[in-house]
Design a protein around this ligand. Structure first.
Ligand SMILES: [Zn+2]
Length: 83
């Protein structure tokens, strides 16, 4: 039985990952476009923190601009009816 070791720290691998610090092994033979696709997939998958943060700020911005629009409309209506 052959056990693979991490090329960086010679720790026995646990599946695809180094059991010492968790680096995934075997990524060096991927095509550059696959690496870009994997990075974008990590960034925009539904449970990514970036996605959750962007979603939260999109909701906050929508509420803020809705309130601003309501204030402008209320002021406009008040100005028109005060004539
Ligand atoms: Zn290692």
């Amino acid at each position: 039985m052959t056990s693979e070791t991490c090329p960086n720290c010679d720790t026995p691998l646990n599946g695809q990952y180094c059991s010492n610090y968790g680096q995934r092994q075997g990524r060096y033979d991927q095509v550059f476009t696959q690496l870009i696709g994997e990075a974008l997939g990590d960034l925009f998958r539904p449970d990514a923190r970036v996605t959750k943060t962007l979603f939260k700020y999109v909701i906050l911005a929508t509420v803020y601009f809705s309130l601003c629009l309501m204030a402008l409309l209320a002021n406009f209506i008040w100005q028109v009816t005060a004539l």
